[in-house]
Design a binder for this molecule. Structure first.
Ligand code: SF4
Length: 430
């Protein structure tokens, strides 16, 4: 199979995409949890809001100092819990900015008022990612469908756009119940590209439920089945990135990924998959390719010393420059330029219209391979600090509860016969 036919046949072939250069010590982002408290409940939240509460400014400064020593990154995601319920969030954002990171705020938006937004911007906030979806119980808005939540998404996008200077994105959990709505959300983001800079689909995981595996801490079995929080969301075959890609490509055959982070154990798994499209007047001109992604990361690292996390809204709104500067470099940009020129020929007024860039990010959290290995995101951007050390934020609760990460082992009855025989022989000889 030639490389070009392979790219057409399989948009998820990691060999044809750019592997983001992010690592444990040098990444685009890091993850700072300033509180465990939250003002809503989300199915699938992996933090226990009853533990710990708000961190003090001293504790937060200490964690930032640990990051400084151990890990370089452009952005610092402020998370929790919900960071906006921390009474000193504005001071924390200021501290993060003064210590050299772009503060990236991850919130459900419930506590966000225009006044707080202004203060956060003045303190240095660079971006907002709003977690809004049907897995939540919110008091400010209710919808049975993901599409219904677009009203609330739009409200926050308008608020951030009115304040200016910060990017706006969304985290949306996708389960088998809601996957059919993904194309509608992709379309909605396209129509609102003037104020929506990214949309992130995160496939649902309930780590409390690991059917087919026994879980162990310090060699002792942990009864995780009892911890199953939302059995109605549990599926024996968890949703993965390829199914989300299929949904999007069903309505948009030109949808193309450009970059990825694979699994730490399974190189074929797409843990973070990036597609960046260029949009004019609510219509996609094309998707940038791997070469463009590579150059943006490398140029940022060369001139700023860190991998790129979040470009400014001004840069994202100047994507016409990308068309004219990078067409020679990247096939995807060339295709987008061709669509742009055709649009200008049809209507010369299009020459004066803005071309905007928008990222669609597909995230697939931890999964357990058949042999029991935990397949994490290789080059995890959401690494956090706990008691002076770096941990995957999605598994911090294991450290807090057991002092170690859990290990998984396929249930014995699923092992091949010769393995069982081996174990028996070993037992007999003991
Ligand atoms: S390994 Fe866990 S914390 Fe890191 S990016 Fe993946 S899901 Fe997030």
């Amino acid at each position: 199979m030639t490389s070009s036919s392979r790219a057409v046949a399989d948009p998820l072939d990691h060999g044809s995409l750019y592997r983001m250069p992010w690592s444990l010590t040098d990444n685009a982002m890091s993850w700072l949890e300033i509180t465990t408290r939250c003002n809503i409940t989300c199915i699938g939240c992996y933090r226990d809001p009853r533990k710990d509460g708000h961190k003090s400014l001293e504790e937060i400064r200490e964690e930032l100092e640990t990051f400084k020593k151990l890990r370089k990154s452009e952005g610092m995601s402020l998370a929790g819990g919900d960071p906006l319920v921390h009474p000193r969030v504005v001071e924390i954002v200021k501290m993060v900015r003064e210590m050299g990171w772009k503060p990236l705020i991850n919130t459900n938006g419930m506590a966000l008022t225009p006044e707080l937004l202004k203060q956060l911007k003045e303190a240095g906030a660079a971006s907002f990612t709003f977690h809004i979806d049907t897995t939540q119980k919110r008091s400010d808005f209710t919808s049975e469908t993901e599409e219904g939540y677009n009203v609330l998404r739009k409200k926050f996008a308008d608020m951030v756009a009115a304040e200016g200077g910060m990017t706006c994105g969304y985290n949306i959990t996708v389960s088998r119940k809601t996957i059919h709505e993904v194309p509608l959300l992709v379309r909605w983001a396209e129509e609102n590209a003037d104020r929506v800079h990214s949309i992130h689909f995160i496939t649902y995981r309930d780590f409390g439920c690991a059917p087919g595996f026994d879980l162990y801490a310090h060699g002792q079995r942990v009864a995780m089945e009892e911890k199953r929080t939302h059995p109605e969301m549990t599926d024996p075959t968890p949703l993965k990135t390829p199914e989300v890609v299929d949904q999007i490509r069903a309505i948009n055959s030109t949808f193309n990924l450009a970059a990825y982070l694979s699994g730490s154990c399974d190189p074929k798994s797409m843990k973070w998959a990036f597609a960046t499209r260029l949009i004019m007047k609510g219509k996609t001109l094309g998707y940038v390719g791997p070469r463009f992604m590579e150059w943006t990361q490398k140029l940022n690292h060369m001139f700023k010393g860190t991998w790129l996390a979040v470009p400014s809204p001004r840069m994202l709104a100047a994507a016409r420059t990308v068309l004219f500067l990078f067409w020679w470099l990247d096939k995807g940009v060339r295709k987008a330029l061709w669509s742009y020129l055709k649009a200008v020929l049809r209507n010369p007024l299009n020459l004066f219209r803005r071309v905007r860039s928008q990222t669609i990010l597909l995230l697939q959290p931890i999964d357990i391979l058949a042999d029991g290995r935990m397949n994490m995101c290789d080059g995890c951007p959401d690494i956090t600090v706990h008691q002076g050390a770096l941990y995957w934020s999605c598994r911090l609760e294991e450290i807090k509860e057991y002092g170690t990460f859990l290990t998984a082992s396929p249930k014995t009855r699923s092992l091949p016969v010769y393995r069982r025989k081996f174990f028996h022989e070993e037992k007999d000889s003991a």
